[in-house]
Design a protein around this ligand. Sequence first.
Ligand SMILES: [Zn+2]
Ligand SMILES: [Zn+2]
Length: 370
Amino acid sequence: MAALTGRVAAFFGPGKRMEIREYPVPDPEPGAIVLRTTLANICGSDLHQWRGEFDVEKFGRPYPQILGHEMTGRIFRLRAGVTHDSAGEPLREGDRVVFRYFYPCGSCRACLKRVARACPNARTYLKKSCDHPPHFYGAFGEYYYVRPRAAVFRVPEALTDEMIAGVNCALAQVVGGLQLAGLRVGESLVVQGAGGLGVYACAVAKEMGAGLVIAIDGIPERLALAKGFGADVLLDLRELRTPEERVERVRALTGGWGADVVAELAGHPRVCPEGLRMLGRTGRYLEIGNINPGLTFDLDPSLLIFGNVTVHGMVYYEAEHLAQALHLIARTQTKYPWARVLSHKFPLAQINEAFQTADQGQVTRAAITF
Ligand SMILES: [Zn+2]
Ligand SMILES: [Zn+2]
């Protein structure tokens, strides 16, 4: 019998077309799971890598690579020894799951402090090209190899793939981020950028008890979606054209005080100076979007001092945030348009077109179907 194979989109570097390749589907090692991918989103981080703003090769990942990490799938092969998910629920082949796409080591200083997101050994991808087994370690493939010791949660059947595909990156990230920034009941939040993370942040903040959520973007569809996700006020970049106007508006909306939390989810350093100036005293700036080393902005540090302002940087999240994110969707599945974050869908064979469309920024999330 011929070995079972699966297709992937192989990435050879920025500016080059991805190519469809086919590899044998691996048998999971003890503790591992092989998923059949059902939906994989193009996250902003994937776009940074595709454009070359984030250098994949420099981070120790030789080409070809499979991009992608924001996804869901069904358990295809389960190894003896994997019987339950991270919440103690039984796992079987065929179950739909969300999982943490990075693997903290459990024994470094960060892991010992229980800040697993800061683990220097928590590599998302492997240090080999996808030509090497187990091949399937990016989202844009028909299968995905979940390595041992992953945080995995079974998905309730009532939730659709479209609702949960963004849980293991964007949603868990803002669930963790807004808690890190210490958002409290009644406080105000400004969301810079109403893409996938931005619209999720609106709903998460409302569910955490935020008193005022202000979303900033320049694309009408994104602003409308932010409203659907609970934003109280929308600031349209086409109307408020300068940073000064936007800062002034945020001050006016917060009774002259300024925002309690500003979340940078736009992914460009040009928004940082105005975001910092939107903060009131004791405000917290949450930096999640700017993952590209070398892109900078000018900072007047006296703003931090006289405002008693805190800047929180955050990459990745804790396993509990993934569980909280899944629970949040299950609890509010009719309250917010969770499935509508996916605005465009493309089959795997059209992945190049999918990236081009996502690159134009007119979409909240483009997804690959299998
Ligand atoms: Zn992501
Ligand atoms: Zn560690």
